[in-house]
Design a protein. Structure first.
Lengths: 143, 312, 331
């Protein structure tokens, strides 16, 4: 695939109560957004083990988006607060080890923010398009 | 110091306050001491205390659950004990901690390099070590050849103990994460290159994981095959991610004892990873692990106004 | 046998590098280790032994067996250039007895190992001295022998010269072209180096280990000797005779490969069964297995020791577990 028409594959972990519903709303409201994301519905953003992100990157996904409820709105009271700490650390670590800054994204999208969801996906897709394909594709660096 | 430790431990065995003890024994190599678990007084004969005891003895605690344990603890060991208490891997009432004010451990690999020939004997004096080879002899100051983690150790005195031996030692007062701040200034590609080069030496013996007291999982994520997180073997990406996840599991749980790096047979600079996370935890969440058993680990708690800028 | 100067020997290696990849010990950041040579003047001949054994060139840590893509299976690419490994010590070369027995002599033959083995010329070098951790004489290995491998050499530092001898037919062919000096002083030179090996102790002293261990399989001492072991794989990965491997599929089911990787009996997952049961539940059983495999099982079935006395597991163990002590405990 040439650089120009590179279409990234993006894995999106959406929380069941807010972001997934927000994505749904974006759909029913017929808001256009890039078709690059593959959605995995999770019960809460706190359910997203950072290993999921790492495993996805290792297996060659071009980018990861994790989205949950706004702080204070978590269906389980505090899941997203814990998640925020975890994501902050894994993001820092990955960037520190030299994985490009725009590969992983986090967002808070509520069930009523269909427009915001489309906007987030647009931003994420653009930033990953700029970076190009994941350089860690399988079998690339075999000793 | 040795005599005092021996005396105290044999007394404890006599009083039946403990039924096993974790100590250092004189090793079979001149540049190594052997951590060991003993079950009776006779085991104390080989006890040794000098500047080669870098292993973190708290590593053996989770395996001895339910026994009355006597443990000789340096500053870092005691912080690991606190961490294990927080995580309920060991009970305070099962432990008798003989704290040691630690003056720092010596980097024998560095000395061996400097010495050039094979070391046949090491004799420790108060703050120096005499290294003897077949034909030559040289004296080193412990201070000049400290291990990387000991050079910037902030807590050389134990934070938790039943009794403490040795004179109070002052901890390092400067910024102990200076090297990380420097390293962060490099560009993303440079850092990536550095880690790829450094980690390409990894033979995946998992000595770093197994020598770490915080790594006590029954099944490690690298061993798990359902789900299979990582592939085995020498693919550099797998090695890269193994080290990322190992370090990530240390968030707010690493006491900077440096035993991972010291155990590494390939001399990989693993501390570069864990120290970065410690630095971030300290800056973002004002938390340092292993200081007070009543504290909650950084990732097990939250503040509503935690750093939020990175989230859209 | 022939005698050549160092320059002649280096030129001889350079000539061989046209047909072979020359692998020899050089000094790196971390110590002396084998590597593919580009600068021939950097080769080290007078060291005691390399940090790691040469087994990874014949039995790589990760070796692809075949690849599959959308239902089509392609065999792994074969190595096209032959290898020429220089400076193997007598302890390490003896480890091949274990490998050959398991991978070649017994059916079915391991073609991946055999292919690498057949395409490699091994040059054994007599050991100039012993470290305090060396105990190869326990296993009837002469550290000064030049009779193993395809070619044997003895490097004399004083005269900067090499005694060189072809052992196998391939080795003899290669050595044939060299001119020679008088070699009558070889025995004298060998005698001179003998005194450097005084530290190299015979721990076994002709005792019958099979009989000894037979009665001690459940000895209570097993519960003590492993105590400090943290269960890492350093000893097994450094060991020149450890040959255990694990085969796994990597990638996805429509696109991936089958790879074999080194495995270590020190890991809990090594003996774990699908049911979740682990017949070696603690480090005690794992460590016992390692010792018995080296000194009992292999001796019983193959009449070869599973240990060559190189001492690498002793130098590299992070908790200083000493296999010599374990032999001493039971003998």
């Amino acid at each position: 695939m040439s650089e120009q028409n590179f279409e990234p594959k993006i894995l999106a972990f959406l929380c069941n109560w807010c972001s997934y519903a927000g994505a749904d709303l974006a759909g029913t409201s017929r808001i256009q957004y890039p078709p690059n994301i593959r959605v995995v519905r999770v019960p809460c953003s706190g359910r997203v083990n950072p290993l999921y992100i790492i495993k996805a990157l290792k297996d060659g996904i071009d980018g990861v988006l994790v989205s949950g409820c706004h702080p204070g709105d978590c269906h389980y009271q505090s899941g997203n607060y814990y998640a925020r700490r975890k994501f902050n650390m894994i993001k820092n670590l990955l960037e520190y080890m030299g994985i490009e800054k725009g590969r992983i994204h986090f967002s808070w999208v509520s069930a009523s923010e269909g427009g915001k969801f489309a906007e987030v996906v647009k931003q994420v897709t653009e930033s990953i398009k700029e970076l190009g394909p994941n350089k860690m594709r399988l079998f690339q660096n075999i000793k | 110091m040795e005599v005092k430790i021996k005396e105290r431990l044999s007394q404890l065995f006599d009083e039946q306050k403990i039924n096993c003890a974790i100590i250092f024994e004189k090793g079979t190599m001149p540049d190594k001491n052997a951590p060991n678990i003993i079950y009776n007084k006779e085991g104390l004969n080989n006890l040794v205390w000098n500047s080669m005891n870098w292993n973190n003895l708290a590593n053996y605690l989770p395996k001895l659950l339910g026994k009355k344990i006597g443990i000789v603890a340096k500053g870092c060991d005691s912080r690991s004990i606190v961490l294990l208490m927080q995580e309920e891997k060991v009970k305070r009432e099962d432990l008798y901690i003989i704290g040691i004010n630690c003056t720092g451990m010596i980097d024998m690999k560095k000395i061996a390099k400097d010495f050039g020939a094979e070391i046949s004997e090491t004799i420790f004096e108060k703050d120096s070590v005499k290294v003897k080879g077949k034909a030559s002899e040289k004296e080193y100051k412990v201070k000049d050849f400290l291990l990387e983690s000991c050079q910037v150790c902030k807590y050389p005195s134990p934070v938790i103990y039943d009794e403490v031996l040795g004179e109070q030692v002052k901890g390092f007062e400067g910024d102990n994460y200076q090297d990380i701040t420097e390293f962060e200034k490099l560009s993303s590609e440079e850092r990536r290159e550095y880690f790829y080069k450094e980690l390409s030496g990894c033979i995946r013996c998992y000595a770093c994981r197994n020598s770490c007291p915080s790594c006590y999982c029954q099944e490690c994520f690298v061993d798990s095959n359902q789900p299979k997180w990582l592939e085995k073997g020498q693919n550099i990406d797998d090695i890269f991610f193994y080290h990322i996840v190992r370090a990530y599991h240390m968030v707010g749980r690493c006491v900077d004892c440096g035993s991972c790096q010291n155990a590494c047979p390939m001399d990989i600079n693993i501390l570069k990873l864990t120290k970065k996370l410690n630095k971030d935890v300290r800056e973002l969440y004002k938390y340092e692990c292993g200081l007070d058993p009543k504290n909650t680990p950084a990732l097990s708690t939250f503040e509503p106004d935690d750093y939020n800028e990175f989230i859209k | 046998m022939k005698k050549v100067t160092k320059t002649e020997f280096i030129n001889f290696l350079k000539k061989q590098s046209e047909t072979f990849d020359i692998i020899a010990p050089i000094k790196g950041d971390k110590g002396i280790d084998y590597d593919i040579i580009t600068d021939f003047d950097k080769i080290i001949f007078d060291h005691v032994n390399t940090d790691r054994s040469f087994k990874r060139f014949l039995f790589p840590q990760s070796q692809t067996l075949f690849e599959f893509k959308e239902g089509v299976i392609t065999e792994a690419k074969k190595q096209n250039k032959k290898k020429f490994i220089v400076g193997i010590r007598n302890c390490d070369i003896n480890s091949l007895k274990v490998f050959d027995y398991n991978f070649i002599e017994k059916e079915p033959v391991d073609t991946f190992y055999k292919e690498l083995r057949d395409n490699t010329i091994l040059i054994t070098a007599a050991c100039p001295a012993s470290n305090s951790t060396c105990f190869c004489t326990s296993f009837k290995i002469d550290p000064l022998s030049i009779g193993h491998g395809d070619i044997g050499i003895l490097f004399d530092k004083e005269e900067d010269s090499f005694y060189i001898q072809g052992n196998s037919s391939a080795g003899k062919d290669i050595v044939d072209g060299l001119s020679t000096k008088d070699t009558s002083d070889f025995d004298q030179k060998k005698e001179k180096y003998k005194k450097n090996h005084e530290k190299n102790r015979d721990l076994i002293k002709d005792k019958n280990l099979v009989e000894i261990f037979q009665s001690k399989l459940e000895d209570e001492k097993w519960g003590e000797i492993f105590k400090g072991c943290i269960g890492c794989g350093v000893c097994t990965f450094y060991c020149p005779t450890c040959y255990c491997f694990d085969i796994e599929e990597q990638g996805k089911f429509w696109n991936g490969k089958r790879v074999r990787n080194w495995d270590s009996c020190m890991f809990p997952i090594y003996s774990k069964e699908t049911t979740g049961h682990n017949p070696r539940p603690t480090q005690k059983e794992r460590y016992r297995n390692r010792v018995l495999h080296k000194f009992y099982y292999q001796l019983k079935h193959n009449n070869e020791y599973g240990c060559v006395g190189c001492g690498r597991c002793i130098t590299n163990c992070p908790t200083n577990i000493d296999i010599r002590n374990i032999i001493k405990t039971f003998i």
